[in-house]
Design a protein around this ligand. Structure first.
Ligand code: ADP
Ligand code: MG
Length: 735
């Protein structure tokens, strides 16, 4: 073969990129893929154990959560086989114990298992905890018995080592048990050749980290606890290092590309002169930072974070005017239809008739009627519209621009790096990018998720804002208070104000898709049994028939309505024609109705901390004080309750962001922000690993400064490429 390029690419292929089907049996590979989404050797090798058990370990059987997949180390106590009561066949009942409690395993028509499951035998048992006549049981569990004979034959010190050897417990599913993963991992480890380490030797030696291959061996096949601990240290650092290198390289690439410099002029002057208020100091400062960035022939990449209502949209609009000055176009990307329409209306209003006529703001969303959509697309592609506002639809192929100079992403929460990238590609030259977020971001998160952005903050609120008072309505202790909630709502309406009632679900069967995943109550042993959650349909009906609200106009707003319907409802609410909106999180971001003074959030524990904070920002926007009532049935001291209490206790978004980090134990802090899927964080925990992330960033900076193209660091270059491939795969997979 003289196609040396081909041979070269073959030689740099890492064993990690091999398909599992080439290494494992076809059936095993298929179940790894179907059950766990693991496709390559690298996927399996980085499917790290969740924890480690010991053969001698006693798991608290007494506290097994219902309906959860569990893995237990226990000893068989009793076995009996009995005929079924009402059917033909027999049932084998095996009780196992770990010293803290007893659990029954049941097998139908499998009496032969009594041969191996004899009293005194120990093993690992896995299955989903069910309940039968009030006692917990595992029906047809998977199990693996410890080899008693082998143990007895061994010398005492060997037996001790065997009993103490950590057993990896993997994140498993109902179709793939932990030890099936363990077996597959062992097969792969045995055949894995040498691996290049993305962390350069010098860095690794300085930090005294295990080499990559050794770390994988020790994390999956530790002999003693210290093995997996040191292995995890190395792998965690590697993860942080690769991530930071990726972000820094992306930043570097962006700086290398050329953008069109934009300077503000008469359009901005006219706009500022007509504003009915003065800019806050922070709006002024951030504005200057933005104009300085955009005056350079290098793409701006800036995140503006500022409390709800701090006037970020206005800051963005001023930037768009600077771009429009030279005939450039700006795209404003909003996370929801409702928000896109609201932005459109408020931008038209804020610009006033003259500037609107000049700049022709246009809206493009997925639900636009065809004729309107055609017109909007034309306005965009012809350059006639210099402000194009829209939802995800803006990312579509149909939308193009003549001279896209600025992309503004409002409320970053739902847009990842990839979406920003997709819009960036729509410019002939890379546009400037401004990301707005009302969720204050702790420094380490910012560094991890937005390591490629510069950051500005707006802390100051416009003058005249009224404080919002927040209260928890704890139904667990005070079930009667719910009627007081509706009376309080009625009192606000009586003085001419309006209110929101927020529910997590649309109807008994449909949860609002945008609802932020919170740690499920299954992870929270204190959360109590699952209850039906408040939904818009039922709450609407009950409020309409509630006598304290008689004569009030109450309507429902949620994600199942068409864009026209939602738009019409928001318009009517803004105009004061609707008194109460019963809604889902579709009203979460940016909705601006100054006369709305009260918000009731039902089942508030079903929302995340930042989501509650965002929701609360919908009231108290005008000159009237806001009131927010968080209704929850979560028990005192449960994690769910703590989240709600945290939000009620402060209006300071930064404090909440930190609290949020603390409260999300294992939770994925990055949520949907990252492209998700296989490229989300594995061992790294942004909440705990701040120091490590900082150090990894410094190390990555040093490496890239010496070797910007990574020509001398092929293993790191390959790791970055792998990350990029995964995230673009995940991105393509979504669309
Ligand atoms: P954010 O997007 O940061 O939540 P908005 O940009 O929607 O906030 O602004 C909220 C409201 O405050 C809008 O009605 C806006 O017109 C108004 N506003 C913005 N800046 C000022 C200011 N400097 N003084 C008074 N009101 C302002
Ligand atoms: Mg906003």
């Amino acid at each position: 073969m003289n196609a040396s390029g081909h041979r070269y690419s073959f030689s740099v292929t890492s064993p990690l990129d091999q398909k599992l089907s080439a290494v494992l049996g076809g059936r095993t590979a298929t179940s790894m893929q179907r059950g766990l989404g693991l496709l390559t050797v690298g996927d399996l090798m980085t499917h790290f154990p969740r924890r480690y058990a010991r053969r001698g370990e006693l798991t608290a059987l007494a506290q097994l959560p219902l309906d959860e997949a569990v893995t237990i180390v226990a000893e068989v106590r009793e076995v009996r086989n009995r005929p079924m009561r009402n059917k033909r066949g027999s049932i084998l009942e095996v009780s196992i114990s770990d010293g803290t409690g007893i659990l029954t395993l049941t097998f139908f028509n499998q009496a032969w298992r009594a041969n191996e499951l004899s009293p005194g035998v120990r093993g690992i048992f896995a299955g989903k905890v069910g309940q039968y006549r009030g006692t917990r049981q595992l029906a047809h569990p998977d199990y693996e018995l410890f080899d008693r004979d082998a143990l007895e034959l061994k010398k005492p010190e060997q037996a001790k080592a065997w009993a103490e050897q950590p057993i990896p417990i993997y994140p498993a599913t109902s179709t793939v048990a932990s030890w099936q993963i363990q077996k597959a991992v062992e097969v792969v480890l045995d055949t894995l050749g040498p691996l290049d380490d993305p962390v350069p030797d010098a860095v690794r030696r300085e930090r005294e980290l295990l080499p990559f291959a050794k770390a994988l061996e020790s994390v999956h096949r530790p002999k003693v606890d210290s093995d997996w601990r040191t292995a995890r240290d190395a792998l965690r650092f590697q993860e942080a290092f690769v991530l930071q290198s990726a972000l820094l390289q992306q930043r570097q690439k962006q700086r290398e590309s050329e953008a069109i410099a934009r300077t503000a002029g008469s359009l901005l002057e006219a706009f500022d002169a007509a504003l009915p208020f003065v800019l806050t100091g922070d709006q002024q400062t951030v504005g200057e930072q933005i104009f300085r960035d955009m005056a350079e022939p290098v793409p701006m990449n800036r995140l503006v974070q500022g409390e709800v209502g701090s006037g970020k949209t206005l800051v963005a609009l001023r930037a768009m005017l600077a771009v429009a000055q030279s005939g450039g176009q700006s795209a404003l990307l909003a996370p929801t239809e409702v928000l896109a329409h609201q932005h459109f209306r408020s931008i038209v209003r804020t610009l006033g008739p003259d500037l609107s006529a000049q700049l022709r703001p246009t809206i493009i969303t997925g639900q636009l009627p065809t004729a309107e959509r055609k017109k909007a697309l034309l306005a965009s592609v012809s350059g006639a519209s210099r402000l194009v506002i829209g939802t995800h639809a803006l990312l579509g192929d149909a939308v193009s621009f003549v001279d896209l100079g600025l992309v503004v992403v409002d409320e970053q929460h739902r847009f990842g790096v990839d979406q920003r990238e997709a819009l960036r590609l729509k410019g002939s030259k890379p546009p400037h990018v401004l990301v707005l977020t009302a969720t204050p971001i702790p420094r380490t998160v910012a560094m991890t998720v937005f390591g490629d952005l510069d950051i500005s903050s707006i802390a100051e609120l416009p003058a005249g804002r009224q404080p919002i008072s927040s209260h928890v309505v704890p139904l667990a202790e005070k079930p009667g208070w719910v009627s007081r909630v509706w009376e309080r709502l009625a009192e606000e309406l009586a003085v001419g104000r309006q209110g929101f009632v927020v529910c997590p679900a649309i109807d008994a069967k449909t949860e609002e898709p945008g609802t932020e995943p919170v740690p499920s109550s299954a992870d929270d042993p204190d959360a109590g049994p699952p209850r039906p959650i408040a939904n818009v349909t039922e709450v609407l009906a009950s409020l309409r028939s509630n006598s304290v609200l008689a004569g009030k106009r109450i309507e429902a707003l949620h994600g199942k309505l068409s864009s026209d319907e939602k738009d019409e409802l928001m318009r009517a609410f803004a105009a004061g024609d609707i008194d109460v909106l019963v809604a889902t999180t579709v009203i979460e971001v940016g909705v601006d109705v100054p006369n709305a003074s009260v918000m009731v959030v039902l089942d508030a524990d079903r929302f995340g901390v930042s989501q509650l904070h965002q929701l609360r920002g919908r009231v108290g926007r005008g000159g009237v004080p806001g009131l927010c009532l968080f209704v929850t049935a979560a028990e005192v001291e449960s994690l769910a309750r703590e989240r709600v209490e945290a939000v009620a206790s402060t209006l300071d978004g930064f404090e909440l962001a930190n609290k949020d980090l603390e409260l999300r134990r294992e939770g994925d802090v990055l949520g949907g922000v990252q492209s998700g899927g296989r490229s989300s964080l594995k061992l790294l925990r942004v909440a705990n690993d701040g120091q490590l992330i900082t150090e990894a960033r410094e190390a990555a900076q040093a490496v890239l400064a010496d070797d910007p193209t990574l020509a001398e660091h092929p293993a790191l270059a390959a790791a970055l490429k792998r990350r990029l491939d995964e995230s673009s795969e995940a991105f393509l997979g979504k669309n």
